[in-house]
Ligand binder design. Structure first.
Ligand code: UD1
Length: 419
């Protein structure tokens, strides 16, 4: 069994490069199906979820091969299927994103229901009702989604909440629909802007990403392109929190502050000094952090739910108490019991968690409960006296290309064993 062993208690110092964004590359890989051509994706992170997407693409008759460290060549010209097996759907939580793209390209799709995940129920009702609005017939009996849409028709879709996945799925389906689709109350995440830029590079007519209204003029034939995936803002937040937790001075090449200003605002309030340069971001933390005003997760541009656990880990040794309110997912405090093994003082009541800073954390054997919760354990371990072993790191591999290598380059004592 693979595990990370971290010896904490000393300051960080060093530089590393930020990987491409997981949440960008997954919808972009689904979007390659809309092109009948070859796509060269640069800055493509090597992640378990990317491998799962590659398996789905290959199963559908496409080719995908790595050329160099982070360049993925995808060729979707020979697509010959429209069904994704349950086994492949289960490999990745966000596989529902393939629905819109397959439907747009083939006029039909068959996928098993993605079901719940470690963060609680993961409904896709908004994806399905939006696709029905575009004219798809969807039968979801028996855990399998049978979708038919010989001719998708563009129209206005109003999302009842700004779901990232639903916005992306509908953008992809709308590329294959006749006429104009407008998605109102769309999610505004930077990854949606990245998807729009990719689609535009392929010849699609998409506008408005980053605002609450996204428009797609469908029916244009799309071609292949060469595209570079944006840097991962949650990985950036993780390493900023690592420096905040352990102290020290780090530089993150390629990091962009514009994508995570709510996180940097909180870290500055806690006492970190963060500077943005053209080449990336620098972070210096010299003193014990102070507690901050309540942190409430919200859709972008609010505080990201994906950064909640890692910020919590950074504040475990702060002066004072910080209140967290998790507003997106039902089960997003599962890391708390693991952090408690290291001595953390956290009280959870429903969607609220109160972190009271303590002077010393101690190393302990802990296990990952989910992707960002796992990263949070690493952030806490860097500040803990002694050794922490982090098990069940397969969760971390879903979203971090090489967390051990990155943290080592940033000056941490961390080794990965058991692969
Ligand atoms: C994406 C991100 C994930 C992040 C989340 C919120 C990817 C691959 N994943 O997930 O890392 O934590 O955004 O920023 O990009 N909902 C419904 N019905 C739906 C869809 C969603 O009720 O049909 C609810 C969800 O239960 C959740 C909220 O909407 O409470 C937000 O979910 P959504 O924005 O869809 O998240 P994902 O796209 O799944």
């Amino acid at each position: 069994m693979s595990q990370l062993t971290i010896r904490g208690g000393s300051c960080l110092g060093g530089e590393t490069e930020i990987q491409g964004a997981k949440n960008s590359v997954l919808p972009i890989l689904a979007a390659t199906l809309l092109t009948a051509g070859q796509v060269e994706l640069r800055g493509c992170p090597r992640l378990r979820d990317v491998d799962a997407s590659i398996h789905i693409l290959r199963d559908l008759g496409c080719t995908a091969r790595w050329e160099g460290e982070n360049v993925l060549l995808v060729d979707t010209r020979n697509l010959n299927g429209c069904a994704v097996s349950e086994r492949l759907m289960r490999e990745m939580r966000s596989s529902a994103i393939f629905l819109g793209a397959i439907l747009a390209r083939c006029g039909q799709a068959e996928l098993s229901y993605p079901g719940g995940c470690e963060l609680g129920p993961r409904p896709i009702d908004l994806h399905l009702s939006g696709l029905r609005d575009l004219g798809a017939e969807i039968d979801d009996a028996g855990g399998v989604l049978h979708c038919k849409a010989p001719c998708l028709q563009g129209r206005e879709i109003v999302l009842s909440l700004p779901s990232v996945g639903a916005t992306e799925n509908l953008m992809l389906a709308a590329c294959g629909a006749d006429g104009v689709t407008t998605i109102s109350n769309a999610a505004r995440e930077p990854e949606i802007v990245d998807l729009q830029q990719f689609l535009t590079a392929c010849g699609a007519k998409v506008s408005g990403a980053g605002t609450s209204t996204v428009s797609v003029e469908g029916g244009k034939p799309l071609h292949g392109c060469t595209y570079t995936v944006m840097p991962d803002r949650i990985v950036t937040a993780t390493y900023l929190c690592a420096a905040a937790s352990a102290g020290g001075e780090i530089f993150l090449q390629g990091a962009r502050e514009a994508h995570l200003s709510t996180v940097t605002a909180v870290l500055r309030e806690a006492g970190c000094s963060i500077r943005s340069e053209e080449r990336g971001m620098a972070c210096v933390c010299r003193d014990r952090l102070t507690a901050v005003r309540p942190v409430r997760t919200a859709p972008y541009p609010g505080f990201p739910t994906d950064a909640q656990a890692i910020l919590m880990a950074a504040l475990l040794r702060s002066r004072g108490a910080t209140v967290f309110e998790e507003n997106l997912f039902a089960s997003r405090y599962r890391h708390v019991d693991e952090l408690a093994r290291m001595g953390a003082d956290i009280r959870v009541s429903g969607r609220v968690a109160v972190v009271t800073g303590i002077k010393t954390l101690h190393g302990a054997p802990v296990r990952c409960t989910d992707l960002r919760g796992g990263a949070a354990l690493c952030v806490a371990a860097l500040a803990a006296e002694g050794e922490t072993s982090v098990r069940e790191i397969g969760h971390i591999d879903r979203g971090y290309e090489d967390i051990a290598g990155d943290l080592r380059r940033l000056g941490a004592e961390i080794v990965r064993t058991g692969d």
